[in-house]
Design a protein around this ligand. Sequence first.
Ligand SMILES: *[C@@H]1O[C@H](CO)[C@@H](O)[C@H](O)[C@H]1NC(C)=O
Ligand SMILES: *[C@@H]1O[C@H](CO)[C@@H](O)[C@H](O)[C@H]1NC(C)=O
Ligand SMILES: *[C@@H]1O[C@H](CO)[C@@H](O)[C@H](O)[C@H]1NC(C)=O
Length: 200
Amino acid sequence: MALFLLGLVLTIASAQVFNPKEVVRKNYNMARVSGVWFSISMASDNLTRIEENGDLRVFVRSIEHLKNSSLKFNFHFMVQGECVDVIMVCEKRKDGEYSVTYEGENKVLVSETDYRLYITFYMQNIRNNTQTRVLALYGRIPQLTSPFLERFRKICKRYGMSPENIIYLADQETGSPFSSSGKQDPKGTSACSDSFLGDD
Ligand SMILES: *[C@@H]1O[C@H](CO)[C@@H](O)[C@H](O)[C@H]1NC(C)=O
Ligand SMILES: *[C@@H]1O[C@H](CO)[C@@H](O)[C@H](O)[C@H]1NC(C)=O
Ligand SMILES: *[C@@H]1O[C@H](CO)[C@@H](O)[C@H](O)[C@H]1NC(C)=O
């Protein structure tokens, strides 16, 4: 029994190891990006837009690679404690590059992924002639280990963003059935988990 449990713990731990050899940064197979994702972290050169009540503070639920090569994002965000769903269909421009109109014009690029555990997106938003740059780290599971967060910090740095530009979202998923905080916001929980479960 002890051995079995140890084996299980090791399996779970090793399954979450960041493996640089698995990182893909071009020639993406976007079909492999389809499926459930969780928002882990975000960064922006304008924090106002990703902090609480920010228009770009969106939590991912799933991504779907469509037959016509578009990428469909299923997001939710919180408005006055209520969970609101948004669907965003991004049109393919080239390998790993998409565009979509949402709170302005957006260019969305896959920065890198291992398909298995994480994906990082880079987004340029232009609204009223003002450019805002955003990076997002999504995980296949609600939390990622620190090597993934460290990797995200490095990517942010490459885009000229310091740790002060980064916010952590993984325990902010108010109402997610996988919420780790254990805090019970009855209203938020039902609002979010209902639509979450209704997803498939
Ligand atoms: C940051 O975003 C806020 C909210 O959209 C906006 O009012 C402000 O002008 C932006 N700041 C910069 C420097 O773009
Ligand atoms: C691709 O298909 C989706 C869903 O049917 C649609 O919303 C989108 O406009 C299509 N995009 C293109 C470029 O045809
Ligand atoms: C964008 O510019 C228009 C016209 O100048 C203004 O009415 C509007 O409030 C601006 N929107 C934002 C989000 O700054």
